[in-house]
Design a protein around this ligand. Structure first.
Ligand SMILES: *[C@@H]1O[C@H](CO)[C@@H](O)[C@H](O)[C@H]1NC(C)=O
Ligand SMILES: *[C@@H]1O[C@H](CO)[C@@H](O)[C@H](O)[C@H]1NC(C)=O
Length: 429
């Protein structure tokens, strides 16, 4: 009798276990089906910095087709059914990483501009050298075309303004070169905006808690250029200022919810409440990051279900039409349990399906919400096409107008010399 009971219990347990496994397999298949019908677009992959770190700028690119250290290579992106990716142009905050100073007015240390150009060159060559897997895209239409063609739609984002040489000219040219978003700061302040640092409190900027006057010009210029404004990394006040000013939706390309994990890199509820479909709200998008310390509860235990908690909390405030997915792969020492590298994206879709997200909502969080934002940003660009470029310069620059006349101004026509001679010199100002 006893033995019989135990056998029954055991067989019921085995059946239940099999049932769970079958349910899991069914969810996984459903996730893969959805991912093959509609692209999952990751808005933040730091692969270019890994390529640059493993060798001189272009020599590691061929290895991408096999196995690359880090979180991302082509086989793993394919295994993870990644539909599209923003590869990040980034150069470090030199004052935090290279022990170089920017100075009180950000006028020192200019190698970042060269370095960011080299990183952009890496991305362009990476796409060119792997045409069987990657296809450049600059709009939602081109993302759909690449996806339909069986390629990973490959886009370019730029993370930070500290390497832009305090100049709007560089921003305009980067936009022409295909940069589709600009993060208003990385972990350091710039002449454009204040940052939230990397966790430990950051000494405040000499130039205010949010956007500078120059940064306000930048926001309007980005609207005009059709470049998305990324508020990840920025100070809370920079977020508020940019939302206040931007005519286009804003985005967070890799952030979480501060109410779930109290970290300055996550977005607080009062700022989330500024985003949505309601009157006066910005119709932007928050794309959730996988970096363990931002997810919690501890870096060691953070897992895929925690990422889903962040997405659901954010969605509970902004709506499921304003959320998305952004790993930060290759920009962090490790990722959360269950999303360890680019082969694991389906696990997050499974987790959302398990929580009752329907097919439309899954397509939306994977990429449709982002593509809607891209369309709206492009529409603002179209509306502003007759607006001339901003003539603003960083007020602290001392090199403009240019002092390029040479000895006795011999390089300048006489009438230009007259103008230059009648102008007060910088040290007289
Ligand atoms: C994920 O993390 C949460 C919070 O630590 C925990 O409760 C849950 O059991 C974890 N899930 C898995 C599948 O490990
Ligand atoms: C999915 O849920 C949304 C609400 O978020 C609803 O509008 C939509 O009709 C649902 N779609 C399906 C296919 O059930």
């Amino acid at each position: 009798m006893k033995l019989l009971t135990w056998t029954l219990v055991l067989s019921q347990l085995v059946n239940a276990q099999q049932g769970i496994q079958e349910e899991e397999d069914a969810l996984y298949s459903r996730a893969i089906k959805l991912m093959s019908e509609s692209p999952l677009i990751d808005t933040h992959i730091d692969l270019p910095q890994i390529i640059r770190g493993l060798g001189t700028p272009l020599d590691v690119i061929p290895q991408l087709a096999s196995k690359l250290p880090g979180h991302v290579d082509i086989p793993r992106m394919r295994e993870g059914h990644l539909g599209g990716a923003f590869f990040t142009v980034w150069a470090p905050c030199a004052n935090q990483v290279l022990n170089q100073e920017y100075g009180a007015d950000f006028l020192e240390t200019t190698e970042g501009l060269r370095d960011s150009l080299e990183v952009l060159d890496i991305i362009k060559n990476m796409i060119k050298q792997h045409p069987e897997h990657m296809q450049a895209a600059f709009s939602s239409k081109e993302i759909r075309a690449a996806f339909a063609n069986g390629k990973i739609a490959s886009l370019i984002g730029m993370e930070g303004t500290h390497f832009l040489g305090n100049s709007l000219s560089t921003v305009r040219l980067y936009a022409e070169m295909g940069v589709k978003y600009l993060t208003l700061t990385h972990t350091c302040h710039s002449s454009f905006a204040a940052s939230n640092g990397f966790g430990p409190p950051l000494e405040s900027s000499n130039h205010g808690p949010g956007l500078t006057e120059f940064g306000k010009e930048l926001v309007q210029e980005l609207n005009r250029l059709g470049v998305m404004i990324d508020l990840s990394h920025t100070s809370d006040q920079t977020m508020r200022d940019a939302i206040d000013l931007s005519l286009a939706p804003v985005i967070w390309t890799h952030a979480g919810a501060r109410a779930i994990q109290n970290h300055p890199r996550n977005v607080p509820d009062d700022i989330l409440r500024l985003i949505g479909d309601g009157p006066g709200q910005n119709p932007g998008i928050i794309l959730s990051v996988f970096f363990p310390p931002f997810i919690g509860p501890s870096p060691e235990t953070a897992n895929v279900s925690g990422v889903a908690d962040h997405i659901e909390h954010i969605a509970s405030i902004v709506g499921r039409d304003h959320v998305g997915i952004a790993s930060d792969f290759d920009g962090m020492y490790s990722s959360v349990i269950g999303l360890e590298d680019a082969s694991k994206y389906p696990n997050l879709i499974v987790e959302l399906l398990r929580r009752g997200w329907n097919d439309t909502e899954i397509n939306n969080v994977m990429g449709e919400n982002l593509m809607r934002v891209m369309d709206e940003v492009d529409k603002v660009k179209e509306d502003m096409k007759d607006k001339i470029p901003s003539t603003a310069i960083w007020e602290k620059r001392t090199d403009l107008p240019a002092d390029w006349g040479g000895p006795d101004l011999v390089y300048l026509p006489y009438d230009v010399q007259d103008v230059v001679n009648s102008r007060p010199k910088h040290d007289e100002l």
